[in-house]
Design a protein around this ligand. Structure first.
Ligand SMILES: [Zn+2]
Length: 370
């Protein structure tokens, strides 16, 4: 049953920020590398469903620090992935649909661009189009997330070292202009491969050149249709980026389709996508454990589907149900491992993910708050 909760003056409160100032723990050790992993639509229920469907275990249990984030956007209690990812990439609350712009629609320098400027290696990996809202928010600046062809042009404007994802048609079968961005990337020195030629697992990209692999012309398929490159990419990307810069690297890895399966209210596919993301987490964790200088932060932009887990008729099975086809306002968890992980303990705004990452790297914040 739907019940309306009246939130008095909530938009005013959201605009102002209601939290009392936190005192951050002092930084003991700074990370050289940061891997930010975003499970799109991955609320606590999606995580729990994955856990019980996987013999009661997930790699997330190996993360010593947990937190919770408030996910609302600048104008709505319920965020979309554009505003959610821009909070992580730039540290500003913005409107739903925004990509790398704050609520005034002005471009905000992203942590990926700041890292690039400082000589770090950078990478983006996703199981959606690489131009989709979450990865796009780290590299592009457009007022509307639907403008995929403009978003694709930003991959030529930043010296990103590695990207892996779908949406190749926005690069080489463009409608707005005749540019072939795949050719332009190659001219710029990139090794570009795609799904039609070779599987990612068959490739051994040389760190001498920047690397791109397109997983699909449009949106990549689901795990249920055989998609298997995310854990491969999570293993390959950190090793590759480590060799690209002495200073360190920033890598964002997104499990994009937990969200899509939950939008479709498809519980088995939600679990499949969650476990695929879990395998990617395992690969990143293995790198970080061996490396010792890598911080991994795992979170979600929002929960999707209002997923609930109920007791089924038999005592050891779950009924997985959904209350909506869209996103919800629930806080979502944060998990951190490695140097600087202690900063991510507690309850805070999604924008603080950016604040904490740049504080650990001693980068200056580039946009004024709110
Ligand atoms: Zn969604």
């Amino acid at each position: 049953m739907k019940q309306l909760l009246i939130l008095p003056g909530i938009l005013f409160l959201l605009a102002q920020g209601t939290g009392t100032a936190r005192k951050e723990p002092s930084i003991e050790k700074r990370p050289k590398n940061i891997i930010l992993m975003v499970g799109d639509g991955m609320g606590l229920t999606q995580i729990t469903a994955g856990l019980y469907s996987n013999n009661n275990t997930l790699f997330l249990e190996q993360f010593p620090v947990t937190g919770l984030i408030k996910t609302h956007s600048s104008r709505h209690i319920v965020t979309d992935s554009g505003a959610g990812a821009t909070a992580f990439s730039c540290g500003c609350k913005t409107y739903n649909g925004a990509i790398g712009v704050c609520k005034d629609k002005k471009p905000c320098p992203t942590i990926l661009e700041q890292a690039e400027e400082q000589g770090f290696a950078t990478g983006l990996v996703s199981t959606s189009s690489i131009t989709h809202a979450t990865p796009a928010s780290f590299i592009a600046h457009v007022p509307d997330r639907a403008d995929m062809e403009t978003i694709a042009t930003y991959f030529l404007k930043t010296d990103i070292d590695l990207f892996i994802g779908g949406g190749m048609k926005y690069f080489n079968r463009r409608t707005a202009d005749q540019r072939n961005l795949v050719g332009e990337l190659q001219e710029k020195g990139y090794v570009v491969n795609d799904y039609s030629e070779q599987k990612l697992s068959d490739l051994k990209p040389s760190p001498d050149k920047p690397f791109a692999w397109f997983s699909a012309a449009e949106e990549p398929e689901g795990v249920n249709k055989g998609r298997d490159y995310l854990p491969v990419a999570a293993r390959m990307a950190p090793e590759f980026l480590k060799k690209r810069s002495e200073k360190g690297f920033f890598l964002m890895i997104e499990g994009s389709q937990i969200d899509w399966a939950s939008h479709a209210n498809n519980a088995p596919n939600t679990v499949r996508e969650m476990l695929d993301f879990n395998a990617a987490i395992g690969a990143a964790l293995q790198f970080a454990e061996a490396d010792g200088e890598t911080l991994i932060v795992i979170t979600a932009d929002h929960e999707t589907g209002g997923m609930a887990l109920e007791q089924s008729r038999s005592p050891d099975t779950l009924d997985m149900t959904f209350t909506t086809k869209v996103h919800t306002a629930s806080m979502v968890p944060v998990f951190a491992y490695g140097p600087g992980a202690e900063q991510f303990n507690g309850v805070y705004d999604n924008t603080a993910i950016y604040d904490k990452m740049i504080a650990l790297w001693e980068f200056q914040p580039k946009v004024e708050k709110r």
